[in-house]
Design a protein around this ligand. Structure first.
Ligand code: BGC
Length: 780
């Protein structure tokens, strides 16, 4: 326990558990306790000297606006994210910030979420790897990260009260793993609990979430901070494991004091929270003393430019890109976004950049030919036919048109969700008119979450998705257009054909009180690939200026009784330019007790290769890659698994099959076990069969002699079944058989060992004998 705690009064202790201002914690000089500064995040440092706010209203000190998570997620490049994290850490240090509020690793459940631009992906494996890398980078500089928003905060609608109604398996397999991986690999200094409720309980008051899962299961060492204003009941929150309530408020401390005085809250719980907060802050200061830090603004701008290009996804290209400066005598640059870039999102992450590039200036500077600009549309969405006419005139006189479209600020933001996937109608009309005037149109998109280009997608020679690419996005886009940089991005989220296709559609956004996660595990490509639905652009997709071949796939499964494998594949750059490629490995469980998605990304690697160069890439799969969340823990079942290697979820080039042959571990029978559970249970079946002879009457007759009727009774609990007929107390008889069967099981070697749910550990195994086929058609 931190030595200062013994010297604190109850009032001081309670006061330490909430902010002293909008962005800082309390200092108590006489106890040797210093204040710490926490600031947004995640793609730039939003340090406010004057009036603080968490809505992006007041200005902050200039800082590099790096690409948002929509773009960094598309890089599929943890090493690059780590470098970006280091830069963010250095800027935090320069501004006196101790904790940077990020990364956001929430899963993109629906493309409508107004805050998707702050989140990495629809896939937990990708989001977890990037989140862990970002945290490593920031924390290497002695600055703490704040992993947010924990948890199931997947929409902005009613975010401060809605209850995410989500079953445990879906939480464990989809919504928690990115948090789990980041916690286990990188130990973020703080974790930020979300505003929403989860199955009825506020995240800020959720003992299961904040204590059992986060600390006891995952071994989290840092402190839990509330999202700004997320605490509703102070005493309940502190008891559940919430350490610091932000920002400053007049009520948190008195309520905690009152709860302690009333005997509702143990003072030791306060001590524990203070200990965590002080230990984290002192650890950061110690690291700050060790690591010298300084900021080179120009180098950070250059890094922002590199990351922006690495996250740019080339969706379509008929060969028009990269543009050849020599043979492009005239370029028509159309679209307001060319000179007024949309490069970051609105809300708490909104920062003041150190400089701002725009694509128009960069095009003028780069192109050898004539560049003519026409804004084409108004950002407020009002019709302006003169602007369209001017744009059409420019298009018809140009060799090639670069058309900048996207979502204006008003269309997507923290705080609200979109209701459709369309671009503003003025932009779609402009696109139509420009394409009619000159079909050689390269469309550049800036948006924080996916947009539907509808049928026009097929008519465009090239489409570049640049997301909200940060302060250097203008120059990065031009780097990509002319081939000075390659489009390094691959989709971290599926672009659907229509909104109605999206998995959460009928449950989105729910009522003011609750939102049902009715699609369960089937989020993003897990849904599209399982139901075989067409998509506009699949998860993992992204073209390159060169071409890649995958060959010589080899699987190494050293011991088929251990769920650990390595897949080796040779990646060759078969084209004429240097480029990077993302190799993706998806796992499918062919036969499983529970339903499972058709395939799930479990490993990936990004490699950069020169023309003709090859590299052997190794992708590792641990137990978790094969596991599902069973009734009480992670489960790997023996059987056949497909390992699919490809360029995207829909472009699989090789499928290898492995057999896991470990001895199934058999779970004990529960009191609700049905007749079918008993018959399928390797130990229980015999115990039941023996007992049926003596139980007599209706039950044994039916079960023993009439298979058709027995099928009809499969889902009836044994205790109910034994009670039918009236002459047996079913509950007593079933309890007796259950203890007999479980005792026999315990005496055998097949009983489950203690659950080990570690990130890399071998998962425990449960087999019930009920297995369903997962032989769905892979939607290629
Ligand atoms: C956001 C957080 C942010 C906090 C402080 C909240 O509204 O949800 O992401 O870190 O404000 O600005």
């Amino acid at each position: 326990m931190h030595s200062a705690i013994a010297r604190l009064t109850l009032d001081q202790k309670a006061a330490l558990l909430s902010g002293a201002s909008f962005w800082s914690t309390l200092s108590i000089p006489e106890a040797g306790i210093d204040a710490a500064v926490l600031t947004d995040g995640p793609h730039g440092v939003r340090y406010q000297k004057e009036t603080g706010d968490h809505l992006g209203i007041n200005d902050s000190e200039p800082a590099t606006a790096f690409p948002t998570a929509a773009a960094t997620g598309s890089t599929w490049d943890p090493a690059l994210l780590e470098r970006m994290g280091e830069a963010l850490g250095r800027e935090s240090r320069a501004l006196g910030v101790d904790v940077l509020l990020g990364p956001g690793v929430n899963i993109k459940r629906s493309p409508l979420c107004g805050r998707n631009f702050e989140y990495f992906s629809e896939d937990p494996t990708l989001a977890g790897a990037l989140g862990a890398a970002w945290v490593r980078g920031v924390q290497s500089q002695g600055v703490g990260a704040s992993l947010k928003h924990f948890a199931a905060n997947n929409q902005e609608t009613e975010r401060m009260r809605v209850s995410a109604e989500v079953d445990e398996r879906t939480l464990r397999e989809i919504y928690l793993p990115a948090f789990e991986q980041t916690v286990k690999e990188s130990q973020p200094a703080t974790v930020m609990c979300s505003y929403n409720r989860i199955n009825g309980t506020y995240a800020s008051e959720h003992p299961w979430l904040l204590t059992q899962v986060l600390r006891e299961e995952w071994g989290y060492q840092g402190y839990v901070v509330s999202d700004w204003g997320a605490v509703n009941n102070s005493a309940r929150a502190v008891a559940a494991g919430l350490d610091l309530a932000m920002p400053a408020g007049t009520q948190h401390a008195p309520k905690i004091v009152a709860a302690v005085a009333a005997g509702d809250l143990d003072e030791a719980v306060l001590d524990r929270a203070i200990d965590r907060i002080l230990t984290v802050h002192e650890g950061l200061r110690a690291r700050q003393a060790e690591v010298a830090s300084s900021v080179d603004a120009a180098a950070h701008h250059a890094l922002a430019r590199e990351v922006a290009a690495a996250g740019t996804v080339l969706l379509v290209n008929d060969g028009i890109l990269p543009l050849d400066p020599a043979s492009t005598a005239s370029i028509g640059v159309i679209g307001e976004f060319a000179r007024t870039p949309r490069y970051q999102g609105a809300g708490s992450s909104h920062i003041v950049p150190t400089q701002l590039d725009n694509a128009l200036d960069a095009l003028v500077a780069t192109s050898a030919g004539q560049v003519t600009f026409a804004p084409g549309f108004r950002l407020d969405g009002d019709e302006d036919t003169l602007l369209v006419q001017e744009a059409v005139a420019v298009a018809s006189q140009s060799d090639v048109v670069v058309l900048f479209l996207g979502l204006p600020d008003a269309e997507e933001s923290e705080g609200f969700d979109r209701t459709h996937l369309n671009l503003p109608s003025v932009q779609l009309e402009l696109l139509d008119a420009v394409l009619a005037a000159n079909p050689r149109v390269v469309t550049v998109l800036s948006n924080g979450s996916v947009v539907d280009l509808g049928a026009l997608a097929g008519r465009m020679p090239a489409v570049l998705e640049t997301w909200l690419g940060g302060q250097a996005s203008g120059s990065a886009t031009v780097d990509v257009l002319f081939g000075a940089a390659e489009p390094g991005g691959r989709l971290a989220e599926t672009i659907p054909v229509s909104l109605a296709d999206t998995p959460a559609h009928i449950n989105w956004p729910g009522t003011p009180e609750s939102v049902l996660y009715g699609e369960r595990l089937y989020v993003g490509y897990r849904w599209y690939d399982t139901v075989g639905r067409d998509v506009r652009f699949p998860f993992g997709h992204g073209l390159s200026y060169t071409t890649f071949a995958l060959s010589d796939v080899a699987v190494d499964l050293p011991d088929s009784t251990q769920p650990q494998a390595t897949v080796a594949v040779t990646v060759t750059n078969t084209g004429a330019r240097t480029g990077s490629h993302v190799v993706q490995l998806y796992v499918r469980d062919l036969e499983s007790t529970l339903d499972r998605p058709a395939q799930e990304l479990k490993a990936f690697a990004k490699v950069t290769l020169e023309p003709g160069q090859s590299e052997r890439v190794l992708l590792s799969l641990d137990a978790r890659a094969f596991a599902f969340w069973g009734r009480t823990g992670w489960v790997v079942e023996p059987g056949t698994f497909e390992l699919a290697i490809g360029h995207s979820s829909r472009d699989i080039v090789a499928v290898e099959t492995i057999e896991l042959t470990m001895e199934p571990v058999i779970e004990p029978l529960g009191e609700d076990a049905t007749y079918a559970d008993w018959v399928a249970h390797p130990v229980g079946a015999q115990v039941l069969a023996d007992a049926l002879q003596s139980i007599g009457g209706f039950v044994s007759q039916t079960m023993a002699n009439d298979p058709d009727l027995a099928k009809l009774l499969e889902s009836v609990p044994l205790r109910t079944l034994l009670g039918f007929g009236g002459d047996v107390d079913g509950e007593v008889a079933a309890a007796e058989l259950t203890s007999r069967a479980n005792a026999a099981l315990a005496a055998s070697a097949a009983a489950p060992a203690n659950s080990e749910t570690g990130w890399e550990s071998a998962a425990e195994v449960e087999v019930t004998g009920k297995r369903v086929s997962n032989q769905r058609t892979r939607a290629n």
